[in-house]
Design a protein around this ligand. Structure first.
Ligand SMILES: CC(C)(COP(=O)(O)OP(=O)(O)OC[C@H]1O[C@@H](n2cnc3c(N)ncnc32)[C@H](O)[C@@H]1OP(=O)(O)O)[C@@H](O)C(=O)NCCC(=O)NCCS
Length: 201
């Protein structure tokens, strides 16, 4: 098992604590669980069609459903079933990302090793600066090293070129897609990140 020699983030506290955050060690990026008063910031991001066009889980949702998604993002459960962050560049919220789902790798073995499903959405003004790569790297590392997950999965739609570029060009990952399988969010591509991958990021 290969834990990265240079951590991508500095960790403050733990999930559920108000001061919990991950601060990037190489870019001005901080990941924090949004508070309830930050729901309007989440909604701004979720309602922007430019952000949701490749993600059926939000593009097809009505305002009430988006409010419910945003509210869930402000919550922490024990054991963790999700861990979502607002992404900050200095004092500016620039996007959302994290683990929208955490659960058993194999549904038939609920007590077995756990996995997470990661995602990232950046506001258009914050794109093209490497922030998506950085935020995802922190999420992968925290999921695997901090939470002890066995793997982190990332699904995407094959026409989402920016996301493919992040995963294939910047992370250098090869898809583990199962031919012809499309998940409930319309994703036909799947990447899986494991502990041994971290050192090469
Ligand atoms: C996917 C997303 C997060 C990527 O953000 P980003 O800021 O462009 O990401 P990065 O800057 O870290 O890397 C993107 C890379 O892809 C390249 N790229 C982006 N769009 C491209 C395109 N249309 N064609 C070719 N390359 C492209 C960029 O040049 C960059 O590579 P570089 O740094 O070597 O130049 C952003 O586009 C987004 O929020 N999209 C909407 C939400 C979404 O689809 N999320 C993914 C679902 S989980």
């Amino acid at each position: 098992m290969q834990v990265p020699t240079t951590p991508s983030y500095k960790l403050f506290s733990h999930p559920g604590d108000r001061s919990f955050k991950l601060q990037s060690t190489s870019k001005d990026i901080t990941l924090r669980v949004p508070t309830i008063i930050e729901t309007s910031i989440l909604l701004d991001i979720l309602e922007n069609k430019e952000n949701s066009k490749f993600d059926k889980s939000i593009s097809d949702a009505n305002t009430q459903e988006l409010e419910s998604i945003a509210h869930r993002w402000t919550t922490i459960s024990h054991p963790l079933t999700h861990l979502n962050f607002l992404i900050w560049n200095g004092d500016t919220p620039i996007g959302i990302g994290g683990l929208g789902w955490i659960g058993p790798c194999d549904k038939t073995q609920p007590e077995g090793p756990r996995a997470g499903a990661a995602g990232v959405v950046l506001q258009p003004f914050a794109r093209g600066k490497g922030f998506a790569y950085e935020a995802l790297k922190m999420v992968f590392e925290y999921g695997l090293c901090g939470l002890g997950l066995a793997e982190v999965r990332i699904g995407s739609y094959s026409e989402n070129i920016p996301m493919r570029m992040v995963m294939e060009k910047k992370f250098g990952l090869v898809t583990e897609t199962i031919e012809g399988v499309v998940d409930e969010f319309g994703n036909d591509l799947l990447w899986v990140v494991r502990m041994d991958d971290l050192e090469s990021f």
